[in-house]
Design a protein around this ligand. Structure first.
Ligand code: SAH
Length: 348
């Protein structure tokens, strides 16, 4: 167990003392504990992300940001990353930006002390932030977040015989179980989606919504752009997507709170609406389409020619990042750019 003792036992005591807790609290506290104490990424960890698969991913992100920044004509700007993991994406993106003559200040929003240490090792000079509110207020912000939104706590709503209720985590005998909360939650479900069969689950992510709203506001005032990449959906939908992963395998969401990664698919449909409502321009694509439009095929060729002994590995990474059966379709890319400003590359 990591520092702080057994979170399952703590949750059990809390539930026995105060009643069931919302799924959002279960997920939020579980992930905070999970990330605080370890580096979960890579073959020896629990999961592998796109930047850990190949340098090409971060390079495409860096070129996308560099293109917009160059065209904006503004000299000083910041590179901002949310949930930078091992700092691999930042390192690759910043190298690609430097190849275009661009050297931004680097600001990282990271909740985990353990990962901050890893990021400090990967990058020469970075300023760390607990939240968005302390990011610089002068100059454009070029923001990226890969597999960050999916880790933010979701709220689940469940349709019952008495209408919509918040979905809770209860304790029954010797195990955690889902239950329905006591208060009517119909108002929290968009009107057009309220009529559903009993048992239907809808997920919302207030923390992701707040993140997008604040970032849209900042870009509107300061300039810049944001790129969010994550697994998720582009059309509104119902259904439960909360999942747990440990050692590269799916596991039960109640198996080991604090010791496994809890994620949910990102509702890009809703997040795009939020940014549009703030007046910003939004574009979305699948990861495969976007990477191809950004030139990943040529980049893979060039890398293979330079290191023929690595050609097979590069081809495998390319297939994993872009392939329909791999990450190419499930993962989506969402760009937020200023109203009336330049549009980002790669969105058809
Ligand atoms: N972007 C990286 C890591 C993804 S894992 C990559 O692609 O490899 C999720 C990252 O988000 C971790 O760095 C984790 O510590 C961070 N994170 C999760 N929830 C957070 C929160 N609420 N605030 C800040 N960082 C958070």
């Amino acid at each position: 167990m990591s520092g702080g003792g057994d979170l399952a036992a703590t949750f059990r005591r809390l539930i026995e003392g105060h009643g069931p807790m919302p799924v959002s609290r279960y997920m939020g506290e579980s992930n905070a504990r999970y990330y605080a104490s370890r580096d979960p990424l890579g073959a020896g960890g629990d999961f592998t992300t796109a930047p850990e698969i190949s340098q090409m991913f971060g390079e495409m992100v860096g070129l996308w940001l560099a293109d917009l920044w160059s065209r904006s004509g503004k000299p000083d700007a910041s590179y901002v990353e949310l949930g930078p993991g091992r700092g691999t994406l930042a390192r690759d993106a910043l190298r690609a930006m430097a190849s275009q003559g661009l050297m931004p200040k680097v600001h990282l929003m990271e909740g985990s002390e353990a990962l901050r240490q890893v990021q400090s090792g990967a990058l020469t000079a970075a300023t760390f932030h607990d939240g968005l509110d302390t990011l610089p207020e002068d100059g454009p912000l070029y923001i990226v977040a890969n597999e960050f939104l999916d880790a933010l706590p979701i709220r689940q709503l469940v349709m019952t015989e008495r209408g919509w209720r918040e979905r809770m985590v209860a304790f029954d005998g010797d195990q955690f179980v889902f239950s329905a909360g006591p208060s009517p939650m119909d108002d929290a479900v968009p009107e057009g989606r309220r009529a559903q069969p009993i048992g239907t689950v809808i997920e919302t992510c207030p923390a992701a919504a707040a993140t997008i709203e604040e970032i849209a506001r900042r870009i509107d005032i300061q300039g810049g752009a944001a790129l969010f990449i994550d697994y998720g959906y582009l059309e509104p939908r119902c259904g439960e997507t909360l999942q747990a992963v440990k050692a590269h395998e799916k596991t039960g969401v109640f198996d080991a709170p604090g010791e496994m990664d809890l994620t949910a698919l990102v509702d890009f449909a809703t997040l795009a609406e939020i940014a549009k409502r703030e007046g910003l321009a939004v574009a979305t694509a699948t990861q495969g389409d976007w990477l191809r439009a950004m030139g990943i095929d040529l980049r893979a060729q060039a890398l293979s020619q330079r290191s023929p002994e690595r050609a097979e590995e590069i081809a495998a990474a390319h297939a994993r990042l872009t392939g329909t059966e791999a990450m190419g379709e499930l993962f989506k890319v969402m760009a937020i750019t200023p109203r009336g400003g330049q549009r980002g590359a790669g969105f058809g």
